[in-house]
Design a protein around this ligand. Sequence first.
Ligand code: ZN
Length: 150
Amino acid sequence: MTTPSPDREALRERLLAAAREARHHAYAPYSGYAVGAAVRCEDGRIFAGANVENASYGLTICAERAAVFRAVNEGARRIEAIAVVTRDGGTPCGACRQVLSEFADGDAVIWCASDEDVAVEEYRLADLLPFAFRLPSQPSGDDELILGGM
Ligand SMILES: [Zn+2]
């Protein structure tokens, strides 16, 4: 176990605050389970999201994916840290772990906290998703848009 550095603690608190704020925007009339998430990108930007449910349940999107898709749509490609705030400190679902693995390395940190921050658990993405599905990028000419600008 490494000793938390002041920078790391500051990042954790900043990300958790962003996730907590985003949680207030959750649309969760069916489950009642509001979630806020925030991701810190390699370039230092932070993007947050909340879960958005739908009467057709399968169309629901989790807070984690909302935050990741927001980041990617703003041009970010690498995520270094993730914070998730729920009522009980829940961890990201399997689908979100897979989506996170597309843009984050296995050693990316995931902080999960309850809304009251009673306990903040820290995980590595590789611990939550040890065998992420990978598909090699397919070079398809020189269209940078297809390749996602990576
Ligand atoms: Zn999810």
